[in-house]
Design a protein around this ligand. Structure first.
Ligand code: SF4
Ligand code: SF4
Length: 344
């Protein structure tokens, strides 16, 4: 597969064609929302903001919606259960490498021996057109997590070279899609330019982890009793914002809702998160993480140890969304890990 270069004008035409023909499904793109950015359906290429820093919510919401009905049922003499599996063919444009790494973690968690049909029917049909993040937000630390760049998980990856985009082709699906656009083959000089643009972007990250990411599990092994967790959690509101905006938070709660006629109902799942007070409550009334410092510590272990050990992907991709969302200014894993290293 040959990497390409496309002019900004031709990229706009390519996106407009995708929107018009729906050849790759419904086109979702990164757009401005007030003075922030978010993913949403694109009406025209003019709405695309590939120069963004971070989206309010990660694109995982298209494969794992905030709330999703998973089955309908009827009770009575002839009870009935009908599973509901939402399918959707989407082309998502403008996904940053760290969010792609988040999706790869989702693939691992929701895959395995018994893959989640609701997730994979959407995920497997999706085309992902990524874009390198050249303007990281001030709370991001993807460069020190090694997630500012990815060489997997996308069909096409765009890098802004000024007047043109470098197009890294990741899959044959992406290759045939970009084959429909007016492009030219990338030369070694174009590749060199792309690599320089990426290196320059790396220097713009303001937050850094003061260790290699693979040292985090060992650090956590040695700091379970640390006062850092209690001190940090002292001002936590248990609002759950940090987990709701996170591209690597995979948890959900399942609820049954019976209609008022008491004859039928539906079961749905919706996002849940370990920083919420009731997350670890069980039917008999006990709460395994009743205190906020326990929840705070659990989140740091989950990101930095449990997920890394179980799956091959990091449990934090350094996007900085949690730090932006946290009113108490305590949610950044990088800050906690750096502090743990300092006081150890
Ligand atoms: S923990 Fe925070 S910085 Fe890490 S991936 Fe989640 S939202 Fe991003
Ligand atoms: S760490 Fe911050 S965002 Fe997360 S629950 Fe506590 S106050 Fe809310």
């Amino acid at each position: 597969m040959q990497n390409r270069v496309i002019s900004k004008k031709d990229l706009a035409g390519f996106v407009d064609d995708l929107i018009k023909t729906k050849a790759a499904g419904e086109v979702i793109g990164i757009k401005a929302q007030g003075n922030k950015f978010n993913f949403g359906p694109l009406k025209s290429s003019g709405e695309l903001r590939l120069d963004y820093d971070v989206s309010l919510l990660p694109p995982k919401k298209y494969f794992f919606p905030q709330m999703e009905t998973v089955l309908k049922y009827e009770v009575g003499k002839s009870p009935m259960v009908e599973p509901l599996v939402g399918e959707q063919k989407l082309c998502i444009i403008g996904v940053h490498p760290f969010d792609i790494r988040g999706i790869l973690l989702f693939d691992a968690v929701y895959g395995g021996k018994d893959p989640d049909p609701n997730y994979f029917l959407k995920r497997n049909k999706a085309i992902i057109i990524g874009v390198d993040c050249l303007t990281p937000n001030p709370k991001a630390f993807a460069a020190s997590m090694g997630t500012n760049i990815t060489d997997e998980g996308f069909d096409l990856m765009l890098t802004d070279l000024g007047g043109d985009y470098f197009v890294t082709v990741g899959t044959s699906k992406g290759d045939s899609l970009i084959g429909k656009a007016k492009t030219k083959d990338a030369t070694p000089a174009d590749l060199e330019k792309r690599n320089k643009v990426r290196k320059d972007a790396e220097k713009k990250y303001k937050v850094s982890l003061k260790m290699k990411p693979d040292q985090i599990p060992g650090l956590l092994d040695a700091t379970w009793e640390s006062k850092v967790f209690t001190d940090k959690a002292a001002t936590c509101f248990s609002c759950g914002s940090c987990v709701m905006v996170c591209p690597t938070c995979v948890c959900f709660d399942v609820q049954d809702e019976m209609s008022l006629n008491l004859k039928d109902g539906e079961r749905y799942r919706r996002w849940d998160g370990c920083m919420l007070t009731q997350f670890a409550s069980v039917a008999s009334g006990e709460n395994f993480r009743e205190h906020k410092e326990q929840r705070f510590r659990h989140r740091m272990y989950r990101k930095g140890k449990y997920l890394v050990e179980r799956y091959k992907y990091l449990g934090c991709v350094g996007c900085g969304r949690c730090a932006i969302a946290c009113l108490a200014e305590i949610a950044s894993p990088a800050e906690t890990y750096n502090l743990l290293k300092e006081v150890k």
